[in-house]
Design a protein around this ligand. Structure first.
Ligand SMILES: [Zn+2]
Length: 205
């Protein structure tokens, strides 16, 4: 679930594989997975030089690039990418699903660097990942910027603000996003454990 604080083991269990690298194209034939440590709305930088390995097969970056270009020229729907963001050592957040909408290559003076553009999607079903799916782009983002997450984590001491639990944590919008609550202000974000997060959603609905 988007906003959940997860451990590396949680991520691997959810994806059903051992995640060893940043770019993982279409794991098990479904969505792709990117592990990142920059804000999701910024273009993703990946410093890998080659689009093809020496044997001529596409690198992971090459595969993402090809998929993005095929989407851009209208050949297929956007690829679905699950993004996990490292906020500090051993602490990751589940940033949810994105569409891979663009890619380009820039030369930074010493090497070619791939850049990828991701657009947040509200929800997708994994089965449709290989098909064309309706695009529901969000302008106002549910995604809480890294700087806000870090400040909230420090303020709340890495614990649920209600009970002090330090496991199964979630970055919660105090005024819910669906009711106009913002993601970009520290004052509107708090840490809740899974139990108190559920109790809160039950009360709101
Ligand atoms: Zn709690």
């Amino acid at each position: 679930m988007r906003g959940n604080v997860v451990s590396y083991i949680d991520m691997c269990q959810k994806e059903g594989t051992s995640l060893q690298r940043g770019m993982n194209f279409r794991l098990k034939g479904h969505h792709s997975v990117i592990l990142m440590s920059v804000r999701p709305n910024a273009p993703y930088h990946d410093e890998v030089q080659a689009e093809r390995q020496s044997g001529g097969t596409l690198t992971e970056n090459g595969k993402f690039h090809q998929a993005a270009q095929r989407f851009k020229c209208g050949e297929k729907g956007p690829d679905i990418v699950q993004v996990y963001e490292k906020i500090k050592a051993g602490i990751w957040t589940d940033n949810g699903f994105f569409h891979l909408v663009d890619s380009w290559i820039v030369n930074n003076g010493t090497r070619n660097v791939f850049k990828f553009k991701l657009a947040a999607v509200e929800s997708v079903s994994d089965e449709s990942a290989a098909e064309e799916i309706p695009s529901r782009l969000v302008v106002r983002s549910r995604i809480i910027p890294t700087s806000v997450k870090l400040e909230v984590w420090a303020r709340d001491g890495g614990k649920c603000v209600t009970c002090g639990a330090s496991d199964e944590l979630h970055f919660d919008h105090i005024l819910p996003f669906s009711r106009g609550g913002t993601s970009v202000k520290v004052e509107n974000v708090q840490l809740l454990c899974a139990r108190h997060n559920l109790a809160k959603s039950a009360k709101i609905q």
